[in-house]
Ligand binder design. Structure first.
Ligand code: FE2
Length: 217
């Protein structure tokens, strides 16, 4: 069996059952938060929608339970919400970030958690959001977790996030083609990305199960 999917599914099912009713009422809270990031930075808003979609299709293909797939989708919508606190000059910078600016940018992960923790009904997204910049080889942030110690939702978000960032035009770079982005994922499987998840993600793109948004953001 890939990963410890069954155990993780059982644990998640137990954890989320009591919160299911609450989760169904969270849509308006999530909408308000994503509207706030949209007002600051439309790029992040569109990007978060794409990440939510790609990551939840990957979670579905992994046969995670429905509640866990929904958590990963919601975590995708909220994963960069902390960028509300990132200075405009850094978010829209057209040249490479300095080391100091990069350190400030990295703080968006913990800033996201600081916002979400005040919403107890949404706290189940925290493991995925907190881990979305961790790397399979342990070189990521904020905690430097590696391998299966990174929650599976975070590993799904990492692939979806990186893929959408690669195929998007940003203030500091042109968009990569889908083929180039797939090549990058292949090159970085086992270092940045969970290798088994990366293979599955590429299959989902190549088979058309993941429909790609190339809407300029
Ligand atoms: Fe992020």
């Amino acid at each position: 069996m890939l990963y410890t999917r069954e155990n993780e599914n059982q644990r998640m099912a137990r954890n989320v059952k009591s919160k299911r009713a609450l989760a169904e009422n969270c849509a308006s809270t999530i909408y308000a938060l994503t509207a706030a990031i949209d007002a600051k930075d439309h790029y992040t808003f569109s990007h978060s929608n794409h990440v939510a979609q790609y990551a939840s299709i990957l979670a579905e293909a992994l046969e995670l339970v429905a509640e866990h797939i929904e958590i990963i989708r919601q975590a995708g919508l909220l994963h960069d919400i902390g960028k509300i606190g990132t200075p405009e000059a850094i978010l829209s910078k057209t040249t490479r970030l300095t080391q100091e600016e990069y350190e400030i940018m990295k703080q968006h992960v913990e800033a996201s958690i600081s916002m979400i923790k005040y919403l107890p009904s949404l706290d189940y997204v925290i493991p995925s959001v907190l881990g979305h910049h961790e790397r399979w080889d342990g070189g990521g942030y904020p905690r430097g977790l590696s391998g299966n110690a990174i929650p599976i939702g975070a590993r799904c978000l990492c692939l979806a996030d990186s893929f959408d960032a690669m195929i998007s035009k940003r203030s500091y770079k042109e968009a990569m083609s889908v083929e180039e982005a797939i090549g990058e994922i292949r090159r970085n499987q086992g270092t940045q990305f969970d290798p088994e998840l990366a293979v599955l993600f590429i299959q989902l793109i190549e088979s058309g199960k993941i429909q790609i948004h190339n809407d300029g953001y």
